[in-house]
Design a protein around this ligand. Structure first.
Ligand SMILES: NC(=O)c1ccc[n+]([C@@H]2O[C@H](COP(=O)([O-])OP(=O)(O)OC[C@H]3O[C@@H](n4cnc5c(N)ncnc54)[C@H](OP(=O)(O)O)[C@@H]3O)[C@@H](O)[C@H]2O)c1
Length: 243
């Protein structure tokens, strides 16, 4: 049985990943912002040994001390960073507070958690694998999503620049860049596009919305695979999107 630390496990891709990990006999500890709700999503009888640490990743000033205290006794085989936040906003509505919040969840928090493993404030086994969910918007035009796109591009650039460090620490990372996935995160676009939503999606990615389970199965395949020769690998799941 392997033990993974996940963010964003309460919904969408992260939830599908936790379900798949348990179906394969593994266990997970989750960073969640609402522990009571998480306990209803993951009842103890179906998810034995699941543990939660409460943290709002948009207020990540104390994240390092909170997580190292909450998980002091745990030893992890890997990290899966799925938490993410997204707002549709024009340049005019792109305030500093909004950008700060998006950067905190999507960029600062995964790197802070990675730092905890690098500094041995969280214990890890070797080999240690880490998965980060980026987005195709990190490199494609996204007029109403510029802070989100920037946060994902920052995450990727930061990880790429850390390749040597990760290698010397015995860590292997996978960055997954999905196009649009059928989760709660699409609700704002669904609302904004109304009846045109399906057509709009097909015009962007002809194979339609990606089921969250498909992203989760890529996460689990990477975690289960024997160590590879890649220090950082990038996986695009584009559903036919032409860039
Ligand atoms: N859906 C897409 O089209 C798409 C495409 C490309 C990449 N992605 C990326 O995929 C990842 C997973 O997203 P999803 O589609 O599965 O979306 P989702 O269903 O909205 O799930 C987002 C997860 O992040 C957590 N989260 C958000 N803000 C948080 C905060 N401040 N503190 C702690 N946790 C927070 C949520 O917790 P709560 O349950 O408490 O809200 C939830 O578990 C994200 O990084 C997203 O950027 C999504």
């Amino acid at each position: 049985m392997k033990h993974y630390l996940l963010t964003g496990g309460t919904s969408g891709i992260g939830l599908a990943a936790v379900n798949l990990l348990y179906s394969k006999g593994n266990c997970a500890s989750l960073v969640v912002r609402d522990t009571e709700r998480a306990k209803t999503v993951f009842p103890k009888d179906k998810f034995p040994e699941i543990r939660f640490a409460t943290a709002d990743l948009s207020q990540s000033n104390n994240l390092e001390s909170e997580l190292s205290a909450a998980f002091a006794e745990e030893v992890f085989d890997g990290l899966v960073c799925c938490a993410g936040t997204f707002r549709l906003c024009s340049l005019r509505k792109c305030t500093q507070d909004l950008m700060q919040e998006i950067m905190a969840v999507n960029f600062f928090s995964p790197i802070q958690i990675l730092r905890l493993f690098a500094a041995k404030k969280l214990q890890r086994r070797n080999p240690f694998k880490a998965v980060f969910i980026s987005s195709d918007l990190s490199f494609r035009e996204a007029p109403a999503n510029s802070p989100y796109a920037a946060s994902k591009a920052a995450l990727e650039a930061c990880l790429r620049s850390l390749q040597k460090d990760l290698n010397s620490l015995g860590m292997e990372a996978l960055i997954i860049r999905p196009a649009s996935v059928d989760t709660r995160m699409m609700d704002a676009d669904r609302l904004a596009r109304g009846a045109d939503f399906d057509q709009w999606i097909k015009s962007r990615q002809p194979m339609g919305l990606i089921p969250p389970k498909e992203v989760a199965s890529e996460i689990i395949s990477f975690l289960e695979a024997p160590p590879g020769r890649h220090c950082i690998r990038v996986l695009d799941i584009n559903a036919g999107a032409i860039i």
